[in-house]
Structures are given as C-alpha cells and as structure tokens.
Design a protein around this ligand. Sequence first.
Ligand SMILES: *[C@@H]1O[C@H](CO)[C@@H](O)[C@H](O)[C@H]1NC(C)=O
Ligand SMILES: *[C@@H]1O[C@H](CO)[C@@H](O)[C@H](O)[C@H]1NC(C)=O
Length: 462
Amino acid sequence: MAGLLYSSWFLSLLLFCFASLARSQSFIGVNYGQVADNLPPPAETVKLLQSTAIEKVRLYGSDPGIIKAFANTGIGIMIGASNGDIPGMASDPNFAKNWINAYVVPFYPASNIILINVGNEVMSYNDRNLMTQLLPAMQNLQNALDSADLGGKIKVSTVHSMAVLRQSDPPSSGSFDPSIGDLLKGLLEFNNATGSPFAINPYPYFAYRSDPRPETLAFCLFQPNSGRVDSGSKIKYTNMFDAQVDAIRSALDAMGFKGVEIVVAETGWPYKGDNDEVGPSIENAKAYNGNLIAHLRSMVGTPLMPGKSVDTYLFALYDEDQKPGPTSERSFGLFKPDLTMVYDVGLSKTGNQNTSSTPKASVKPAPKSKKDAWCVPKAGVSDAQLQENLDYACGQGIDCSAIQPGGACFEPMTVASHATYAMNLLYQTSGKNPWDCDFSQTATLTSTNPSYDKCSYPGGSS
Ligand SMILES: *[C@@H]1O[C@H](CO)[C@@H](O)[C@H](O)[C@H]1NC(C)=O
Ligand SMILES: *[C@@H]1O[C@H](CO)[C@@H](O)[C@H](O)[C@H]1NC(C)=O
C-alpha cells in the first residue's frame, strides 16, 4: 500500500474512486427534533439541508407539514410513531392502518420516507408492559404497510439506547442485557425477517463523562491517542465511535443476527454546558462531529465492518430550547435558528471530497525550480504546543482530511506526525515564505524529508 501511495497518479485515481463511491451513497443524516419554540419554517430547513452533504433526516414524530416540506427533494426521511401510540397500535390493526393512511400514504413517494421507527428507547424505560407491546405494534404497522403495497419500500424498526447492552467493553464482548433478551430476540427476528436495521444511539460523549480523563477525551474525539486493544479480538481501536458500534455488532452476531444492519439513529456532542458539566465545548463538539463526518466520508468503516460507513444521523440539526435538564441537553445543535452554523463541521456538499479528489500535490507537483524544503517542528517541542500548532494549521482552511481517521496519513497516530503534516502543509500552501514556518518559534525549515515522507505534502519526492 505504501509503495502504491508514492505514485501520484494512482493516488489521484484512488481518491477519485473513493470520492465517487462516497457520493453515490448517502450515509449522513441528521436529527430534526421539534422540542423548541424558535425553529425556522420547515421549507427553510429543507433548503438548508439541500445546501449540505446531509441526505437523510430523522423526525421523532410524523408532522405532515414537515413530511410534505421534504417532497421532491430526494432526502430520505425516517419518521416516528410515539411511545404513546404503541399500546393502540399493538392492540388494534386499524389503529396502525389509520396511522399509515394519515402519515405515509398521502406523501409517499414524493416524500422519500424510508423508515418508520415505532417508539424511542422503549427497551430502556423499565416499563415491561410497554416493552411487550412493542413487537406487536411493529407487526401491525408492517401489516398496514404491506396492505398499502408499501411493504418492501418502507421499513419498520425501533430506536434503542446503548443501555440495551449489558456489556460493551471490549467491543468483542458486546452482549445484550439478558433481562430483556427474550424481547430483544423477537425484535431482532422482526428486523431480520423484514430487512430493517437495528437502530441505536451510541454517544462517546457519555462514555467520556463517565471517565473524564484526557486520553479518554482524545479517544472519543478521534484525536491522536494510544488506542485500545480489544483483549478478545486483539484489534486496536483508535476511537470510541468504532468501539461502540462494534460492540453492538458483536452483540447482534452473538445472537445469530449477522445479517441485521446497524443504523446510528443519534450521536453527537454538545457545544455548551453548565459550569459543572464535563465535556461540552465548541472545540470538543467541532472535533467530534467534524472528525466523525470525515470518518464516515472516508468509507473506512469499523474494524468489524470495514469498507463501508454505517448510516449515521447526527444529533442534532438545531438546539431544542424547550428540553428540560442541564444546559448541554439544549446545546447539541449544528445550526442556529437563523440557519447559520454554530460551528463549521465540514458538512458542505463537497466537503473534503472536493479537496481530496483534486489533491494539488498529485495533480501539480511543486515546481522543481523552487528548492524543496519542509517545515518541521523543532526538537523538544511539547505535545501540547504541537497540538496547538495542529489545531491552528488545520483551522487555516488547509485540507487536513489525510490525517483524519481513514486518511492516508492518519498513521502514525501521534500528535507529532499529525502536527508535522499540518504545519508543513500550511507552509507549502501559503507561499513557502520563511515566516510561514514559524509557529511561535517552534518550527524550522529543513531540506531533509521528514520520516513520514509520503505524507509530507507536497514534498519534493513526487
Ligand atoms: C434471518 O433471516 C434469514 C432469511 O429470512 C433466515 O434464513 C435466518 O434463519 C434468520 N436468522 C435468525 C437468527 O432468525
Ligand atoms: C474545490 O476544488 C477546486 C478545484 O477543483 C478549488 O478551486 C476549490 O478551492 C476547492 N474548494 C474547497 C472548499 O477546497
């Protein structure tokens, strides 16, 4: 692989193929919650989404005005029946029929409804009665879809919290809570028989909150860290998202449902919290969501599901200002009610596909007339300073996708190599002036190719 990467031509082709593949699939969605009194009209939200790489949206409910607003956009829509609908839907087939006739039939296929979630996190509410009604409700809804001739087109599922797992660490030991094992088995047989996905809400954010150490934060934010070796599979995990998703994969596989796909119905990170909340900040939210998006776009997959990205619905499109609880609960939004970004998370339509499909290093090698030089950190610079340089450089509009998970220069996963890559890239792209390689006097120019030479863009070797 490394040898091939030296060939600029091959690299261009490879990246082009990845970019095309990424464009032909759509796996980035967003949660469009309504617990707010300041949201823009649905039509404006639709326009906003159309200007981004987001191609799917999840509604918690089934507001006809919103479903209709998405007509003729191609945007995939997950809608939801509420937990309160479950008893009626379970006991009365006509309730389910009426529901489909009210919320699906009038809008489909103009509105691209792809999945109906019955209930939200029902299996973690400790309401055994409601839990037992979930499967019959889903079956009645499926029957209603079938009789409306929509059975193969629209799937039925339900959304789970990570609490359905008894064990998730290490990922290979992932297993479901045996106290709800029989009920889950029924739901999974339904997923398996109808081809609908197992929908779940993994939150590395909560994993960090229960273990707020710096190395856990880096692991959760897809930032350079020493990784965690799964003692069972011997696989080294480099981020919490993959670890959580693979724990679910292991739990499904252990029950014999290797063919049931996973959908991440929610994941996100708040950009604001109360003083006593550990974790929320603009920097962390931007790092988590931005790196997650880059990870999904890279198509690298997880160790147990390599080569494809799990469908992922970011939480959330907007803050929901009417939600109770700590400030963080109302601070997960990616966009403000005036449709501007809370922070730039790389959701532009082209995103890093644009830059990576036209890597300047490959298409236009640096002119040989200019003496080749690399900008590298001086010896003895601390990791903290390197991290600052890294953040600074990548904040200047250069393309840092190669050092994000799945990128060609993600390995070695150290602050030093990532910072060297980014500092040098900034130097190379901002005119190769000596003052572009200063970084508060922590960097210097060298004529020696740094050891990670294949990643010392644009370098002199190409
Ligand atoms: C899953 O579905 C397939 C095809 O319908 C079936 O052959 C298989 O037995 C099912 N697996 C389980 C564990 O129920
Ligand atoms: C996208 O690529 C074009 C060249 O094909 C370039 O001019 C433009 O600056 C790129 N956009 C971004 C956001 O990198």
